[in-house]
Design a protein around this ligand. Structure first.
Ligand SMILES: Nc1nc2c(ncn2[C@@H]2O[C@H](COP(=O)(O)OP(=O)(O)OP(=O)(O)O)[C@@H](O)[C@H]2O)c(=O)[nH]1
Ligand SMILES: [Zn+2]
Length: 353
């Protein structure tokens, strides 16, 4: 599958805001969550969440109660400290702020460190490139937005998002839009065994209450190919987001790509037991993921139910159809895996390809 380059209105060059965020160390598949040490000399730092990045300026939301000196919630504009020049800072990061963190007009705080990340969504430029770029930190779930038609859904594209989510330790959720245009079920059947939650959406009949319940108390990153209706959905969930919606080109089936940097919005989810709001992170400019950095271990993270079997595979087993003595085949043959289990193995093998 071809890697589609993001739009680059950004000063940073071909990868927009991500160019600056190359992780320069050798990728280490075992350490999916790179540790960033807290700086002991900044113990008095105030912690806030990075919600936007624009030309070297970070918007950081300091939640109510995070700062004993000023318990109000506020948005602070910050620059990164010199010593963090090479440290990637992305949307969702918990940033340690020093200096003027009042958030008052004209003030500028300094980011002196990044808290350890719970999850980390990454991509590489293309599948042969092992240099990873980090995209979003601390997301709990990934909404994979795909249209039932116009543009035509592609299994392989959703597979790739799934791989990226599993590798990141993020729960994937499929949101299929435009179900007014085509029956989504044949397409969704490809993912049935994965037991990924699915939302079905039609224009003017979006399952907003159900989606809000899923968003409550969590951080959700929205991904999807241009034109699938991601902006339409985000605008419905976060009216003040004002995401530009494009029009699908009748010939190519592609949308117009209108914005270029990721941004976090707070979605109101009133009355939900999990919380009265949730974070929605839009990732425009990213239509696909290079998966060069992903190892099979990363993918297997999404298949904990098969882990015990896989542990019994011969060393170096690829777990593919043609792998000699793969325990997954043995388990299907002797009934330790039922029909659903066998379908999950099939899905796993598709993702491992
Ligand atoms: N029929 C139908 N059209 C929809 C639906 N959702 C969105 N659209 C239309 O599809 C087009 C593309 O929607 P957008 O929300 O701009 O899509 P996007 O995924 O944000 O695309 P980019 O802005 O290019 O990233 C718009 O003309 C929408 O009105 C839907 O459920 N049904
Ligand atoms: Zn195996």
């Amino acid at each position: 599958m071809s890697w589609l380059t993001p739009d680059d209105d950004d000063e940073d060059g071909p990868y927009g805001e991500y160019a600056d965020h190359r992780v320069r160390e050798r990728p280490n598949p075992k350490a999916n969550r790179p540790r960033t040490k807290r700086r002991p000399d900044h113990d008095d730092a105030v912690i806030g969440m990075v919600t936007g990045v624009d030309r070297g300026r970070y918007s950081v939301l300091v939640p109510a109660g995070a700062d004993p000196a000023d318990p109000t919630e506020r948005e602070v504009v910050a620059a990164r400290a010199r010593e963090l020049r090479r440290t990637p800072i992305v949307i969702g990061d918990r940033a340690q702020l020093v200096g003027d963190a009042s958030g008052e007009e004209g003030t500028l705080a300094r980011i002196v460190g990044i808290e350890e990340r719970r999850t980390l969504l990454r991509r590489s430029a293309d599948d042969s490139d092992q240099v990873e770029r980090i995209m979003v930190a601390n997301a709990d779930q990934m909404f994979i937005v795909v249209a039932a038609a116009n543009p035509e859904p592609r299994v392989r594209l959703v597979d790739r998002y799934l791989v990226a989510a599993y590798d990141a330790g993020i729960q994937p959720i499929i949101c299929i839009t435009k179900v007014d245009l085509a029956d989504p079920e044949p397409f969704l059947a490809h993912f049935a065994a994965l037991e990924v939650p699915v939302f079905r959406s039609a224009q003017g009949d979006e399952p907003l209450a159900d989606i809000r319940a899923a968003l409550a108390g969590k951080t959700s990153v929205f991904v999807g190919h241009s034109g699938v209706g991601k902006s339409t959905l985000i605008n419905a969930l976060v009216p003040e987001a004002g995401r530009a919606t494009g029009h699908v080109n009748e010939v190519t089936g592609r949308g117009r790509h209108t914005s270029s940097s990721s941004v976090a919005f707070r979605a109101a989810t009133p009355g939900n037991p999990a919380g009265d709001s949730g974070w929605v992170i839009d990732t425009p400019g990213v239509r696909s993921f290079g998966l060069g950095h992903v190892t099979s271990d990363g993918i297997l993270r999404g298949f904990t139910d098969l882990a015990e079997l896989i542990d019994r595979c011969p060393r170096g087993c690829t777990h593919q159809d043609d792998a000699p003595d793969c325990e997954l085949d043995a388990a299907i043959a002797d009934g330790r895996l039922d029909e659903l289990g066998a379908m999950r193995v099939e899905s796993l093998r598709r993702l491992l390809k």
